[in-house]
Design a protein. Structure first.
Length: 170
C-alpha cells in the first residue's frame, strides 16, 4: 500500500531473505477492484499487504476489498492494510496525537515475541475479528477467515521473520 517501491523495501528484503519470490501489485495507485482481480487471477497462494504513509481515514486513501476474504488465498495484512480491513468490517479506529514508535514484548499464545511498531492509529475494541494479541489495551494481532491482521511491522521486528515463516507454513 506504500506509494513507492523504496518504502516497502524492508518488507521485500525480509520476504526475499526468507527465500520467497516477491511479486508487487501497485495497491496505492490502483482502485481496490484492480488489487482484488490481481489476487483472484493469480496462482500465488500467500499474499502480504503492507503499511502505508497515507492515513487510512483519508477520503482518497487506497482501500482493500472485503471480497479478498472470500478468495481461497492466505492473506497477511500489516499496519495500514489491517486498518483498512478492520474498518471495513465495521470497527471504529482511534487516533493518537503522535505516532507510537517502539519495540516491545508481545505475548502471543504461550510465548513472548519482540515487535516494532510505528503507528498513530489503533483499535482498542473489535467485534468482528478474532483477537490474538493486545498490548496496553490496543489490538496488535487478529485473525479473520483466511487472514492474519498485524498492527506492528514483522519485517522490522526481531522476531518477525519467525512469525512470517509460521504463517506461511500454517
Amino acid at each position: 500500500m506504500y506509494n513507492t517501491l523504496y518504502k516497502c523495501r524492508y518488507l521485500i528484503n525480509c520476504l526475499e531473505g526468507l527465500g520467497f519470490k516477491v511479486t508487487l501489485v501497485d495497491g496505492f495507485h490502483n482502485p481496490e477492484t484492480y488489487i482484488y482481480d490481481c489476487v483472484k487471477r493469480s496462482s500465488i497462494t500467500h499474499w502480504v499487504f503492507s503499511g502505508s504513509d497515507t492515513p487510512v481515514t483519508e477520503v482518497s486513501s487506497p482501500q482493500l476489498s472485503l471480497e479478498l476474504l472470500k478468495l481461497p488465498k492466505r492473506l497477511m495484512f500489516i499496519c495500514y492494510a489491517m486498518e483498512s480491513i478492520i474498518i471495513r468490517l465495521g470497527n471504529p479506529i482511534k487516533k493518537r496525537r503522535v505516532n507510537k514508535k517502539e519495540l516491545f514484548p508481545l505475548k502471543l499464545g504461550g510465548k513472548v515475541i519482540h515487535v516494532r511498531r510505528n503507528h498513530r492509529w489503533y483499535f482498542d475494541t473489535v467485534a468482528t475479528v478474532h483477537p490474538m494479541a493486545f498490548y496496553n489495551g490496543e489490538l496488535m494481532m487478529a485473525s479473520y477467515k483466511n487472514a492474519l491482521l498485524i498492527q506492528f511491522h514483522p519485517e522490522k521486528s526481531p522476531d518477525g521473520k519467525e512469525l512470517i515463516m509460521d504463517w506461511v507454513k500454517g
